[in-house]
Design a protein around this ligand. Structure first.
Ligand SMILES: Nc1ncnc2c1ncn2[C@@H]1O[C@H](COP(=O)(O)OP(=O)(O)OP(=O)(O)O)[C@@H](O)[C@H]1O
Ligand SMILES: [Mg+2]
Length: 263
């Protein structure tokens, strides 16, 4: 019987498309400034599949942080949609979004969500405390040691350098192992040794099954370490590279910035 031919194959996992970790379709974002809408992002579309480590580069003010905030569900795009692991952010309630942010998404933004009155250790342990679980102290101490903050356990954010705050945020992300990590210039405020450490930890996360990392950087050496580099100029994605060397990234950046000045 013809109706029996080619039944849908529901038993074969490989035939079911896995949604991209990050899938953004034509995101635009404007801010109201002095009663006028100031457009910042223009129909940005991008996909980051699981197991990718992707960098965003571009001149200061090109919209990199704004894009990261929109992709992470911290800013609402003016139009367009974002799916994280197949879940449409625009359709989630505030509570569902907050839950996703707590469990599935990690942020390494300078001082993001650090509680100023808590110590570095307590800030790293915070997700456990909020969930009413006993923090696994030895594990957390090991992670804190990994980001080079063992000597700053009892320091509180106001007395930490920007880089120390960022590494505290990183330690929290590492201890949670979220599905998708967004990192805004994670190595920007760090000396080269700490920077290498942070990059290697973020790379480790991106290599875990089903995880992905999207970072913003100004550093061609950091971008060259990533699987793919997306270049943003004036709120538009203008170029994409699978980098082979640091000089290739630096040359591309220089070429794109000359082109945008000529426009
Ligand atoms: N809340 C806001 N209200 C108004 N304008 C904003 C707001 N947030 C960002 N902008 C503007 O949007 C533009 C892009 O800012 P964004 O912080 O995304 O740039 P960036 O590429 O991350 O720059 P940098 O490399 O300096 O961090 C800037 O002109 C900025 O002034
Ligand atoms: Mg920025």
């Amino acid at each position: 019987m013809s109706t029996m031919t080619n039944p849908p194959r529901t038993d074969d996992a490989s035939s079911v498309a896995t949604p991209a970790a990050i899938d953004a379709v034509q995101i635009s974002k404007s801010f109201a400034v002095d009663g006028r809408e100031l457009p910042i992002l223009h129909e940005v579309s991008l996909q980051v599949p699981a197991n990718e480590l992707v960098a965003i580069m571009g001149p200061s003010g090109s919209g990199k942080s704004t894009l990261l905030y929109c992709l992470a569900g911290l800013e609402k795009p003016s139009s367009g949609g974002v799916r994280l692991n197949g879940i449409e952010l625009g359709r989630q309630s505030r509570t569902a979004l907050a839950k996703m942010r707590r469990h599935d998404i990690g942020f390494v933004f300078q001082s993001y969500n650090l509680i100023p009155t808590l110590t570095a250790y307590e800030n790293v342990a915070l997700p456990y405390l909020l969930a009413g679980h006993k923090p696994p102290r030895d594990e957390l101490l090991e992670v804190i040691d990994h980001v080079g903050l063992a000597h700053r356990l009892d320091a509180r954010p106001p007395s930490m350098s920007g880089g120390e705050q960022q590494r505290t945020a990183l330690a929290r992300v590492l201890s949670q192992q979220p599905q998708i990590v967004f990192a805004d210039e994670p190595t920007g405020a760090l000396d080269s040794r700490s920077g290498e450490l942070v990059l290697s930890r973020l790379t480790d996360i991106s290599r875990q099954p089903g995880r992905a990392v999207l970072l913003v950087t100004h550093d061609p050496a950091v971008a060259a370490h990533c699987d793919r580099v997306l270049f943003l100029a004036d709120g538009r994605l203008v170029y994409e590279l699978r980098p082979r060397s640091v000089s290739e990234v630096a040359d591309t950046l220089a070429r794109l910035s000359t082109e945008s000045q000529e426009v």
